[in-house]
Write a protein that binds this ligand. Structure first.
Ligand code: BAL
Ligand code: ZN
Length: 875
């Protein structure tokens, strides 16, 4: 397959005035009739270009031009397109196709799940429904009529407003929908089936009443209340913070259990993975509740950032995704704890996105090329893209950022635009030059910012020499300097903030400053500094970079105790633990005796006993970095040494702080008896369960009993899952797992947790367990959630389990990728990414991984999705 290049972009040859669709849904074959009213695009460089409509896996029945059947010599059909030659300035085309949704396992286009019909069109799924100009810069108004059996499919939904319904022969009924807003095909949606509906309403700030409807399978109706509250909170927040109001009469959400992504923002009819809708305390953890709230917000926010203003082409994907993730992150920060949310997001970025930036799949926030666009729904486009938007906010301040956003909507409402248009709106609204800043869109890789400090007592100055570099990434050997905002503060010996003044400034200007690093290296001199300060660098993680500063352990412990920036307090603990772990990994590799540094124990003890601190922050300080994150910190990956070091630290901390963990567990164990989804309770549960994890690692009967009691008595899934996780690798784990499965066998989302816990098993036979679990009745290879829970978790997150020295993990992954590729290429491609670290493995494993990749590459019929991942890994 050939790559598609950004530089080859050409405007569409034709534009659409409107499209009318009719679906006759049926068990064996669905007929789709479309009526396209189109005209030539005067901006296209070729005045008599053919009309090339995208279409894939369609059975063409008929084509009518201006009401007359077209002779077959006027058009060509192949597996990718329908090409119509010799059209005039305008035309009305009526195209009828047949499709077989019941056989569609790719979950793109129209497909069936548990007997109901659903669609997924982003990015290029609409071409599996009918022949169309399936590209985001073709926007038009849609009318959709759905005809189906009344008994089997009582609910018939599409985008926009319902304008009519009625009866047909043979127990069939129809519903007609009109979407008044122009949209690209990727935002089209259709749902038909037996679904129950939770109804509510929201009155917008201008006084319009919007009907809110959440559709789920009947047994799930009681699990939708949190989702509904989340919708209302999102609508209110977007009015308050962005001044944006909802624009249709109804807002519908439908939950489906077979879905490739988390959710999809189709206009007025969002389709969600059940994981991000269903929640009740007994079945959903605090993290699940937060996930529902965040994804509901994310999809709702897309109504403006994505739908009203969309992307010109798929290279601009981060225009809508980075911006919408930033919006949902800020929403969650306002709804829960800002500090905790920021730390969570930075952990995700560092663990997943920094890894991607260092991998063969590294790509810029705006890629230059792709083979399969579905491979670019990545942490770089989403999470790094959100960091880019956050940097506009940091550089411009909240007010300036809002001015930029307002101008963006004023200029581009109803258009398909680019990341340059966004930067221009931000710049023009504020008189700020973002020319250099835009390198964040074009250059891949994680910059390294090195800071060297010098205190000059005689002149009372504190100098920071800050330099930046960025490692090479595929196709980009050299990088130009980025425009990096670096927020920082200085602490005096007592831990108080020092008011800051840079050389050349007339007055003191606050205690947190945002420096702008634009050169390869720059000097910043603070004046009036009377004693050696401790720097607090990259406050709030003001840029997605790696910081290189020679901290002493004393400085880190000091920052942990005193920094006024919560993120930096946590960051200090994280840096301290990372340094210790890297030493332990080196010692484990050299088969030396491992030992725990006293400074770490003292600093962690102080943190644990600080009753004034937010328990959620303490819980995060005690959450050890993932094995995969540690793998990205070393030059050569020795998975067993990483595991040995990390497990040693866990148990050593548990031994050293045994009584403190016990005390803290007792302090919080009864504190959240009746479940509430509230930040204060979430924080207490988090710290209590962190303590339980450490205590059970001591393998003492009393603590195992504690976990068993919690497991049996828990009235919520957060506590239940934490207790099960603590027990799972112990002899008592088998009974707990059996009890859990017995209780939850009919709840697919809960069973996903059961699979995930076992996929993370650190015992040597983890692979055998995963293989055995594939035979469990609750596992289905056609369901993406199940594959992610069991197979992707094992291959991507169980570092030592997957990267076994004998290569069995690689052979297993390759076998599963081939099976999945025939069913669902997107899911197969996700699994293929498990190989992304292979070049950094120690030589034996590296050779094994390479063999597995080469065997995969030898298959001639790989999907574009998998081909792209494998070929880039081998390049
Ligand atoms: N647009 C794909 C799903 C999402 O990012 O909301
Ligand atoms: Zn999105």
């Amino acid at each position: 397959p050939q790559p598609i290049l950004l530089r080859d972009y050409v405007v569409p040859a034709f534009l659409l005035d409107r499209v009318d669709l009719t679906f006759e849904l049926d068990e064996t074959s669905t007929r789709v009739s479309s009526r396209l009213v189109l005209h030539r695009n005067p901006d296209h460089p070729v005045s008599d270009a053919d009309l090339v409509l995208d279409g894939h896996e369609l059975m063409l029945e008929s084509v009518l031009l201006d009401g007359e059947p077209m002779s077959t010599d006027r058009y060509d059909v192949d597996d990718e397109s329908l090409t119509i030659k010799g059209l005039g300035e305008s035309a009305i085309l009526e195209i009828t196709t047949r499709i077989e949704p019941q056989k569609n396992t790719s979950l793109m286009g129209l497909y069936k799940s548990n007997g109901n019909f659903f669609t997924q069109c982003e990015a290029e799924g609409f071409r599996k429904i009918t022949y169309y100009l399936d590209r985001p810069d073709v926007m038009t108004r849609f009318t959709t009529t759905i005809i189906a059996d009344r008994s089997k499919y009582p609910v018939l939904l599409s985008n926009g407003n319902r304008v009519g319904e009625g009866q047909y022969d043979r127990n069939r009924h129809w519903v007609k929908w009109v979407d008044p807003f122009k949209k690209p095909s990727y935002l089209f949606a259709l749902v038909a089936g037996k679904l129950s509906c939770l109804q509510d309403s929201f009155t917008t700030r201008s006084g319009r009443k919007v009907a809110l409807e959440i559709y789920v399978e009947p047994q799930d109706l009681e699990k939708c209340h949190h989702a509904m509250e989340s919708v209302k909170r999102s609508m209110k927040w977007d009015e308050d913070v962005y001044g944006l109001e909802y624009d249709l009469d109804s807002y519908m959400i439908v939950a489906v259990s077979d879905f490739n992504m988390g959710a999809m923002e189709n206009k007025g009819l969002n389709i969600f993975n059940t994981k991000y809708v269903l929640a009740r305390p007994e079945t959903a953890t605090d993290a699940d509740y937060m996930g529902v709230e965040a994804v509901i917000a994310h999809e709702y926010f897309h109504n403006w950032t994505g739908n009203r203003v969309t992307c010109r082409d798929w290279f601009q994907l981060s225009l809508k995704e980075g911006l919408t993730v930033f919006r949902d992150q800020e929403f969650t920060a306002d709804m829960t704890s800002r500090a905790v949310k920021r730390i969570d997001d930075v952990r995700t970025l560092r663990t997943a996105q920094f890894a991607e930036d260092a991998s063969p799949m590294a790509h810029p926030v705006r890629p230059d090329s792709y083979i399969e666009i579905n491979n670019f729904y990545t942490v770089t486009i989403y999470e790094k893209g959100a960091e880019v938007v956050r940097m506009y906010h940091t550089l411009l301040g909240a007010e300036g950022y809002r001015k930029g956003i307002d101008l963006y909507f004023k200029r581009h409402d109803g258009q398909a635009v680019t990341c340059d248009d966004f930067a221009a709106a931000m710049g023009d609204a504020n008189g700020f030059d973002f020319t250099q800043f835009k390198r964040w869109y074009s250059q891949a890789g994680t910059p390294v910012v090195k800071v060297v400090s010098q205190f000059d007592a005689a002149n009372q100055t504190y100098t920071l020499d800050i330099s930046q570099t960025c490692p090479p990434t595929p196709g980009q050997p050299e990088k130009l300097p980025f425009h990096i905002p670096i927020a920082l503060g200085l602490l005096d010996a007592a831990g108080a903030e020092i008011p800051l003044q840079l050389a050349g400034e007339a007055s003191l200007q606050g205690t947190t400053r945002v420096l702008q690093l634009t050169e390869a290296s720059q000097r910043f001199v603070f004046t009036g500094i009377s004693a050696q300060p401790t720097p607090s660098l990259l406050r709030g993680f003001s840029a997605p970079v790696k910081l290189d500063y020679p901290w002493t352990r004393q400085e880190l412990a000091f920052l942990m105790a005193h920094d006024s920036d919560s993120f930096c307090r946590w960051e200090a603990s994280h840096t301290l633990i990372r340094e210790v772990l890297l030493e332990l990994i080196a010692a484990a590799r050299a088969s030396e005796t491992l030992s725990l540094p006293g400074e770490l124990v003292d600093a962690m003890r102080r943190a644990l006993l600080d009753e004034a601190a937010d328990p959620a922050l303490i819980a995060l300080m005690f959450t050890l970095p993932a094995e995969t994150y540690l793998a990205d910190q070393v030059d050569e990956i020795h998975p067993d040494a990483i595991r040995t070091a990390r497990e040693y630290l866990r148990v050593a901390l548990a031994k050293a702080l045994r009584s403190e963990f016990k005390h803290t567990y007792a302090r919080f164990c009864g504190a959240t008896q009746a479940y509430r989804y509230a930040a204060v309770d979430i924080a207490k549960r988090a710290l209590k369960n962190v303590c339980l994890g450490y205590l059970t690692s001591l393998d003492e009967p009393a603590f195992i009993e504690l976990a068993q009691t919690q497991f049996q008595q828990a009235n919520n899934m957060t506590d239940s899952q934490a207790a099960l996780a603590a027990l799972v690798e112990l002899p008592q784990g088998a009974t707990a797992l059996a009890d859990f499965a017995n209780r939850w066998q009919d709840d697919p989302l809960v069973m996903n947790k059961w699979f995930t816990l076992q996929a993370m098993d650190k015992r040597a036979d983890a692979l055998d367990r995963v293989r055995a679990l594939q035979q469990h009745p609750a596992f289905q290879i056609t369901n993406p959630n199940k594959v992610y829970a069991l197979l992707a978790t094992f291959c991507s997150s169980n570092l030592a389990g997957f990267h076994r020295a004998d290569g069995a993990g690689y052979a297993f992954a390759a076998e599963q990728i081939l099976v999945l590729d025939k069913l669902n290429p997107q899911v197969a491609s996700r699994l293929a990414r498990s190989f992304n670290r292979w070049k950094k493995l120690e030589p034996t494993r590296r050779a094994q991984a390479k063999t597995a990749l080469e065997k995969l590459a030898a298959h001639a019929d790989l999907s574009r999705d998998v081909f792209e991942i494998i070929s880039k890994n081998l390049a």
